[in-house]
Design a protein around this ligand. Sequence first.
Ligand code: FEO
Length: 425
Amino acid sequence: MQGGSQPPEAIRPVEVADRVQWIGALDPHLRNFDIILRTANGTSYNSYAVRGSSGVAIIDTVKQEFTDPFLRRLEAVTRYDEITTLVLNHLEPDHTGAVPELLRRAPHVEICVSPRGVQVLRALLKDDFDSYTVRVVRTGDTVSLGDRRLRFLTTPYVHWPDTQCTYLEEQQLLFTCDLMGCHFCDERLFNDCVGDFRFSFEYYFEHIMRPFKRYVIEALDLIEPLDIAMIAPSHGPILRSHPREYITHYRRLVKTRLASEVGNQKTLLIFYVSAYGATSQMAYAVYAGAAENPGVRVSLFDLQVGEVTPFVDLIEEADALAFGTPTINGDAVKTVWDLLAGLVDIDTKGKLGAAFGSYGWTGEAVPMVEARMQGMKMRVPEKGIKIKLHPTEDELEDCRAFGRRLAAHLTGEVAAREIDISDLL
Ligand code: FEO
């Protein structure tokens, strides 16, 4: 952990603003989050206590294993009977782990959650759910703490269906939970005091928010008109210095391609790997057929270069993908799977997908890749082409026709038709 030598559990509550206290937990030794996310700096689970003249609100809690230090910090700033409101901006376990214990000690509180959050809360509390007061809140709803007021903004899918933000009106303080958060543990807490967390901020966006870019844009549209003095996420530094720059930076991160780059053309990317040149011949033929359509910009990439990560950005902006892979040992080649696996960080839903490839004996690779694309919610309107060994001239013409049909799907000249998965087998 950066910023000091005292054990994380010994850290006292920290005043974030007048009568707003950080009561979260620091997790400096965490190195993996949700298995897939590397956390070289550990992380924090930020929770906040907001005191008003007629009550105290707790905003989010912490991961279950940090319940004890969390409750000690909470008890240092409020009695349980003073707490009137528990706001759950997001119900993933890293923010709700301490909820059951908190509710046992303060069963009278009103729990404010988004419409989708209710379902998760019910699953979390199980049979106890009906014994608590749960209020579903939407954009514009408020809760009074006497001389100050919390306002809710429904911001779904940043990055779960339940996510919302909460705005403390009097102090222009926005609690965003995961949004604009990052896995970076530093007990100095504030962005103007901690170490350089830019890498962690962007890494978090790339791996958590990027697949939901369209929803991030909607969330930013909702929060940007607010006067914002501070952004208080539930992971990483509290953004009190130049908070609006982080919104601007998120805008940059979610930027979509400029229309002038490709005009009104649709984009088709063809990736291929070829063992003996047969799938390569097919790829060039598919490319040539698709490129006849002036409404489609087609690009061809040989995955033998081995490094697939740079293609992910291209794919994110593309309208269609076609994969050419030979069948080797009853499977598609590893580079193709590597690229498909890399697409977990982007939104592929609705993109057009296609596959083709040569084979020696069985030819499983093409339907396997098609099934994978369907699993990623891509459209696969054309059954892929499999050619035994090297293609004949007639078969290359089939590939050109395949490319033409793919292009026609993109430009709306062919009615969409999903292939039946059983056709692929
Ligand atoms: Fe920090 Fe989506 O949980």
